[in-house]
Design a protein around this ligand. Structure first.
Ligand code: HEC
Length: 497
């Protein structure tokens, strides 16, 4: 029973949910209890420490009231999310744990699950550490590999964001402040001149680069960048263009630029967050890409607003007639929408079976791996596995029967800052073929994720702690290239015996 008043968080910096107070159940609870309602900004850590830690321990190590430690890999799994939630709500009456469903809102109960996941992650990392090489070789479940540095710090990358390759093996590397380098082997040999000016506001700048699969015949290169607003260079929005390279010696000139996608200028904003980007081709004449929700929260749910959407256009930017909202009236971006309710997808790929996947950032907890279906709503910010950055509850993750929303195949709890996604192709790692490889900025990790249909089959952390992961790409040689930030380098995973 909750008898004390929890601290109210003032001056919060996180996302505050637009929830309503739930008062109806209050009448059913005993007089003395203070119901933790949806609108109340409690600190989840404090709630846990005051209410749960006497039995479960401040670090979830257990020991009090007959509890077991939760610091084990079996219980650190998304299959326990709902059972944990149900136990907190309904209690474990035979074991001496009371039900908290009468005294806490569902959002607060979910936030406690997130807190337990954070404690588990911390405890497991302290106990088992990160993947470590032995004699230079990392052993993982299905393959051994080495880490090789391709572009080291002497190459002058500046917050590198994305890589792709020309058919002759040269690698293109974008840098967030607006430059693109050409690399060969382990050296930057030149740069691309004449690129469009970018709005370098916060997380925005020059982001993705994607070489058209038929580049040898058509010469198209696609880029995603934050375009400055015409009358305000401090505002911008993600724009997709394509252009061609005219080589003069080692450098190249960006020429013949065409716009593939831009939203109306009225939507350009000075918010420095959540630009999305990532460009993928389906090989059937379409291109997919992302505009993040720019801090707009509920705007991700509105088709009339370009934020928080995955888009599909024809390769020349025209709207395919079979797009889900092709005939819907509204601003010009509407016809290009493929799916909505996204927060900030910074990973996008089509797997070997032809399915489109994204990885996307949640707030504190609950980054997602989603199979993207035409016209679907991915729920942000109505349902979410995360909590607010300021340690207060946010939402519950599960939609109600009337809310038609798609659920992730996998969610990282705690968040990894999901960024960069590819599928393993080629023959360098035959036992990984077809698996997703996903990076994390704050998690500094690359995970391998195996799916069957839209179900998670296997997940494994391959590397961790080497830098913030911006991009993960299978190279033309089948090795897994990883673009790191802090340090600003490019490494690759290459097979080892
Ligand atoms: C009076 C002691 C006590 C308190 C207080 C208590 N629990 Fe429990 N809890 C237990 C026991 C005993 C079990 C069942 C044994 C076990 O799983 O360790 C349990 C089980 C659980 C489980 C399921 C664990 C599993 O392994 O499946 C979760 C999750 C949980 N408690 C969370 C909480 C949270 C969150 C709070 C605070 C709101 C809380 N508990 C408060 C004693 C307590």
């Amino acid at each position: 029973m909750i008898t004390r008043i929890y601290s109210i968080i003032v001056g919060s910096i996180g996302i505050i949910s637009c929830s309503t107070l739930v008062g109806s159940k209050d009448t059913a609870k005993p007089e003395s209890a203070t119901k933790i309602t949806d609108g109340q900004q409690v600190s989840v850590s404090q709630l846990y420490n005051d209410t749960c830690s006497k039995c479960h321990g401040v670090n979830a190590e257990g020991g009090g009231g007959g509890t077991k430690s939760l610091i084990n890999f079996d219980k650190y799994d998304q299959k326990w999310d709902k059972p944990f939630f149900d136990t907190i709500k309904n209690g474990a009456p035979n074991m001496g744990m009371e039900a908290y469903g009468q005294t806490m809102s569902e959002k607060a109960i979910w936030a406690l699950v997130v807190h337990l996941r954070e404690l588990q992650a911390k405890g497991l990392r302290a106990q088992f550490g990160s993947p470590k090489p032995s004699g230079g070789v990392y052993s993982s479940k299905r393959h051994n590999f080495r880490i090789e540095t391709i572009l080291d710090q002497s190459q002058g990358l500046k917050t590198p964001w994305a890589i792709d390759w020309l058919p002759d093996g040269k690698m293109l590397v974008t840098n967030l402040p607006g430059t693109m380098f050409i690399a060969e082997g382990s050296k930057v040999i030149g740069k691309i001149e004449g690129l469009p000016a970018t709005a370098t506001i916060g997380q925005g700048g020059l982001m993705d680069v994607a070489v058209h699969p038929d580049y040898a015949n058509n010469g198209w290169i696609y880029i995603a960048y934050a375009e400055p607003k015409a009358d305000d260079p401090k505002a911008g929005l993600t724009k997709i263009v394509r252009g061609k390279l005219k080589f003069t010696g080692k450098n190249a000139q960006w020429t013949g630029q065409q716009t593939v996608f831009e939203a109306d200028q009225q939507f350009y904003t000075s918010a420095g967050i959540h630009f999305g980007s990532r460009i993928v081709f389906d090989g059937k004449g379409h291109v997919f890409f992302v505009v993040g929700e720019r801090g707009g929260n509920m705007l991700a749910q509105e088709l009339g607003n370009p934020f928080g959407k995955i888009y599909r256009t024809n390769e020349d930017g025209s709207i395919p007639a079979d797009n889900p909202f092709a005939k819907q009236p509204g601003p010009k971006h509407v016809g290009a929408i493929w799916s909505y309710g996204h927060r900030n997808p910074q990973g996008l790929v089509i797997d070997l079976a032809g399915n489109l996947w994204d990885t996307e950032h949640a707030p504190r907890g609950g980054d997602e791996v989603n199979m993207i279906a035409k016209g679907s709503n991915y729920g942000w910010p109505v349902i979410c596995f995360g909590i607010n950055y300021n340690d207060s509850p946010f939402q519950v993750p599960w939609p109600t029967a009337s809310q038609k929303m798609s659920m992730p195949t996998f969610r990282w709890l705690p968040s990894i800052g999901a960024c960069g996604l590819d599928v393993v192709r080629g023959n360098a790692f035959p036992q990984w073929k077809g698996d997703l490889v996903a990076g994390g900025l704050s998690g500094q990790n690359v995970d391998r994720i195996r799916v069957s249909g839209d179900k998670l089959v296997e997940r494994e952390e391959l590397i961790q702690g080497m830098g913030r992961v911006r991009d993960v790409m299978t190279g033309p040689d089948g090795n897994i290239y990883v673009v790191l930030n802090q340090p600003d380098i490019v490494i690759r995973l290459a097979p080892a015996k």
